[in-house]
Design a protein. Structure first.
Length: 284
């Protein structure tokens, strides 16, 4: 029975993962265009082009900035909320549910909510003007210097629900005996957290950091709804640029080569981060 289940799982994995990857890898060596019948084999031309593609480089830099900002913000925010919500009463359970709500909403829904908040005549600017702070009102999604960080703020807000739950689970797995012993020895709240709780949360930190990192590296939905990659393509992420090449410019072959390079980048970055975090767990 187990052999049949294993064979079925391998068949599904081959059909829905390995086969599409192989097809995409081959298409990356062609000039395939969905509007044309024939596709010519072009060898490494697509890869040579992407290494000199300044628009792709800009999208990769935007992706890196967003990834760093969201990973730091979501994890620090989630850790802080987890410490504040680490209680057992009904009040804490209600608050934990409220904090997690953004995570269960789709990225498109969250982005449309923030469009009404951050647009030029949105809620945020209207509130600032109504309290006499109109000088602080900005085109949050239309100004090149602010648009990318506006996206980072929205993604961070949504991801905090996930990191909070992970850190709460890690906090509540810390043995009470250790905390009680430290309390009896006169250790304050900060010392108990920094010397006992946080070192024992290593696996939770690894999970939270890795998931947020991977999610942000393949970010698309928020960008598509909030800014559409603008202004002037200043907020395009790597995945957004890939899809623009494939579905707007109809350059399927070139888009496939970008997709394969992104797969290597995301896989490599994830492996390095997981390795570093695992090493940190052992050291702690």
């Amino acid at each position: 029975m187990l052999e049949v289940a294993a064979s079925g799982g391998l068949l599904l994995f081959t059909t829905f993962v390995l086969t599409p990857l192989a097809i995409s890898f081959y298409v990356g060596f062609t000039d395939q265009n969905p509007l044309l019948n024939d596709a010519n084999f072009v060898g490494l031309d697509n890869y040579r082009e992407l290494f000199g593609d300044e628009s792709l480089h800009r999208a990769l830099i935007n992706t890196a900035k967003l990834t760093i900002a969201v990973t730091i913000g979501a994890n620090l925010g989630g850790l802080a909320l987890a410490v504040l919500l680490d209680g057992t009463s009904r009040y804490y359970r209600v608050l934990r549910t409220l904090v997690f709500i953004p995570q269960v909403l789709s990225a498109v829904v969250v982005s449309f909510i923030f469009v009404t908040i951050l647009s030029n005549r949105g809620i945020l600017n209207s509130v600032l003007e109504s309290i006499g702070l109109e000088s602080l009102a900005e085109p949050w999604m239309g100004k090149p210097g602010l648009a990318l960080w506006s996206i980072a703020s929205v993604v961070t807000w949504q991801m905090i629900g996930f990191t909070t739950v992970v850190y709460l689970a890690a906090l509540q797995s810390v043995p009470d005996d250790l905390l009680d012993a430290a309390r009896i020895d006169g250790a304050g709240a900060w010392k108990r957290f920094s010397k006992i709780s946080f070192p024992l949360m290593g696996q939770g930190v690894t999970i939270a950091v890795t998931i947020v990192l991977i999610t942000t590296l393949r970010l698309y939905d928020h960008v598509a709804v909030l800014t559409g990659g603008g202004p002037g393509f200043r907020t395009e992420t790597a995945v957004f640029y890939l899809l623009r090449m494939g579905f707007t410019n109809n350059r399927t072959g070139y888009a496939s080569s970008i997709a394969f390079v992104l797969l290597l980048i995301i896989g490599s970055v994830s492996a390095i981060v997981i390795s570093l975090m695992r090493r940190r767990e052992v050291q702690l």
